[in-house]
Design a binder for this molecule. Structure first.
Ligand SMILES: NC(=O)c1ccc[n+]([C@@H]2O[C@H](COP(=O)([O-])OP(=O)(O)OC[C@H]3O[C@@H](n4cnc5c(N)ncnc54)[C@H](O)[C@@H]3O)[C@@H](O)[C@H]2O)c1
Length: 364
């Protein structure tokens, strides 16, 4: 069988994890890489011991020059949409890093291109492949909680502002919200079955990112995104979502993830609130407890979820390759993630105007 020919668009930090995963697959061959920084793709391909793979200084040039079956888009957030669209239009299946885009408008344009192309576009949320996240979804979907009416999620880091392209608006678009906030949103929205968001009222701050007391001075000077964000989101079906996320704060955590239902409640505690950099819902979690009545008495039952040590990143890339090879639907489809993106977009708009905004997602 001929190997699946893969190209990497954007050869920065996270591309290393994509390549590590693909290199473990015998049915896959990385044949090209592209990065707009001169020489960066060649340097990365050599470092990955892929001397025969071709290097390019633009995605377009790579897509026009090499026959590829699929690409991983590993660029910073602000170029996700353009690179994914170029690849789909060139006939490639696409694994796109999270968050899907920065704006809802871009995400909707991308969905249109995806539809016309008939190719797979999947979004890279690897926490989905952790058995604990799957179990949380199973509990929420089981009906045991009754009608779920209020959900809280977030977590966040006490000190965990990244550097590089993550802290500049022109590259990342948004800060903690898009970096780790999108994971919390995916965790609860996926568990709930991705209900449609209706409105959002949000606030965002940058007190730590811009302060040289907490951030290296040169990073503080160019810091132009949020380091904390909170939002109150109304979802279809009468569900309220209370969301908070931080890269830095004077607190260990902004709270547990909770699902309140008419028959039971579920509490998911962060994996490691003592860790200054922990607190992202990356697939790991701490104690999970079901609160319910037994024989008329308020009772709580711990649910012992173990870390099965899955290689979540490998599984994310493998599920993409399986979908391409077997003609399966996108493992993490844009029909779901568009709502995650719509909330991020709503948060940005609400912060800008200072009041609640409506969320309208076009059917595509
Ligand atoms: N899933 C995860 O665990 C995870 C972890 C870290 C980052 N990410 C995501 O991965 C993405 C990249 O993060 P990173 O840390 O690798 O950033 P990075 O800045 O290290 O790398 C991005 C690279 O993309 C290149 N690039 C940008 N626009 C391009 C274009 N149009 N064509 C070709 N190359 C282009 C840049 O030159 C840079 O080398 C972000 O969207 C981030 O949210 C995901």
């Amino acid at each position: 069988m001929e190997k699946l020919k893969i190209g990497i668009i954007g050869t920065g930090g996270i591309s290393n994890s994509h390549v590590r995963a693909y290199k473990q697959m015998e049915d896959v061959e990385i044949v090209a890489g592209a990065d707009i920084v001169s020489g960066k793709a060649r340097e990365a391909l050599d470092r990955w011991e892929l001397p025969n793979a071709q290097a390019f200084e633009s995605a377009e040039e790579m897509l026009n020059s090499v026959k590829l079956d699929a690409v991983s888009v590993c660029t910073y957030n602000s170029t996700h949409a353009e690179c994914a669209m170029q690849a789909l239009e060139a006939g490639c299946h696409v694994l796109l890093e999270k968050p899907m885009t920065v704006t809802l408008e871009d995400a909707q344009r991308l969905r249109k291109v995806e539809k016309v192309s008939g190719k797979i576009l999947t979004i890279g949320f690897q926490p989905r492949y952790d058995s604990r996240m799957k179990k949380i979804k199973e509990i929420v979907q089981s009906g045991q909680l009754g009608k779920i009416y209020y959900v809280q999620t977030g977590g966040g880091r006490r000190r965990g502002i990244p550097g590089g392209t993550f802290i500049e608006k022109r590259y990342a678009g948004v800060g903690a919200l898009a970096d780790i906030g999108c994971y919390s949103l995916d965790m609860v929205l996926n568990a709930l079955g991705y209900p449609k968001p209706l409105t959002v009222s949000a606030v965002a701050y940058d007190f730590f990112g811009k302060n040289p007391k907490y951030t290296p001075a040169e990073d503080a000077a160019r810091f132009s995104v949020d380091d904390f964000c909170g939002a109150f989101i109304r979802l279809e079906g009468g569900i309220t979502l209370d969301f908070r996320m931080s890269w830095a704060m004077h607190m260990d955590t902004t709270g547990n993830t909770i699902f309140l239902g008419t028959d039971a409640g579920l509490k998911v505690e962060p994996a490691n609130p003592e860790s200054l950099w922990g607190g992202a819902w990356d697939g790991s979690c701490g104690k999970v407890t079901l609160f319910h009545d037994a024989f008329g008495e308020p009772t709580s039952t711990p649910i012992p979820l173990q870390d099965a040590n899955e290689d979540r990143f490998y599984l994310k890339c493998r599920s993409f390759v399986d979908a391409v090879e077997q003609g399966l639907p996108a493992p993490i489809p844009t029909s779901q993630i568009i709502y995650n993106q719509a909330i991020i977009d709503g948060i940005i708009r609400s912060c800008a105007c200072g009041h609640e905004v409506e969320i309208q997602v076009e059917e595509i």
